[in-house]
Design a binder for this molecule. Sequence first.
Ligand code: NAD
Length: 264
Amino acid sequence: MLLNNKVTIVTGGASGIGEATSRRFAQEGAAVVVADTRLGKAETVAADINDNGGHAVAIEVDVAEADSVAALVDSAVTEFGRLDVMFNNAGTLRPGTVLELDVDDWDLVMAVNVRSVYLGGKFAIPAMLASGGGSIINTASISGLHGDGGAVVYAASKAAVINLTRAMSTDHAADGIRVNAVCPGTIETPPVQRMMQDPVALERNLNAHAIGRLGRPEEIASAALWLASDESSFVSGEAIVVDGGLRAQSPLGRLADPRPTHLR
Ligand SMILES: NC(=O)c1ccc[n+]([C@@H]2O[C@H](COP(=O)([O-])OP(=O)(O)OC[C@H]3O[C@@H](n4cnc5c(N)ncnc54)[C@H](O)[C@@H]3O)[C@@H](O)[C@H]2O)c1
């Protein structure tokens, strides 16, 4: 039980990576606030956690709005008495080059993906200080490490999340608050499953991950769990890549194949 007696908030907790992480945090002994714009789905996740012996509540939040995030943190502290872990995970994507992307979509993605992390820190850190410290985890992406085309604002927003993570960690590590990011590769969550119905996109993504498959939400939940727990007590300001070998792989794949042709 890596999170015994810890109180955690998971934004975007109704689906995908956030849902898997909410379930995993609860299995590890945490009380979990499942926070999402989609309250009905968040309530289903929280009810399932409670039915399986865990402790969870669902709260509606818009992570881009200051009042909403402030109310979320207040509700968590009122419900469970303290706050130890904030997983700023909710995010969104709008495709487009700079020529294609609408200005409103630029603003939306920057608000949901980046302003949310600023707001999550702004309101969670005082509650964590009152609890004696804590761990903030931000969901970035390998798109924040590359110049992926076709989704310029997503790539820019996730790069911003990584450097905001570093800056927040510099400011608050000495107060006992660690701030880290996780950078997933392509993970089979509902929006990605829809994108992978295109066979060309699926093949490109399978080839990009050296492991030869897409990631599972539970595999990002494992990384978030480690960052949330005291097992990572000397880790702060890092962006942990969980990408099935995507970044390690050269676009060439193998330079040479040492195996004789008849054995391949
Ligand atoms: N799936 C991937 O391949 C992948 C890869 C890298 C990074 N990510 C990041 O992981 C995070 C989770 O994505 P996912 O793939 O699990 O998607 P998902 O759609 O399954 O889950 C995202 C959840 O966030 C919620 N949400 C969206 N906007 C919100 C807002 N303003 N306030 C509160 N909740 C909001 C949605 O309702 C949804 O339940 C995102 O930040 C995404 O950018 C995903």
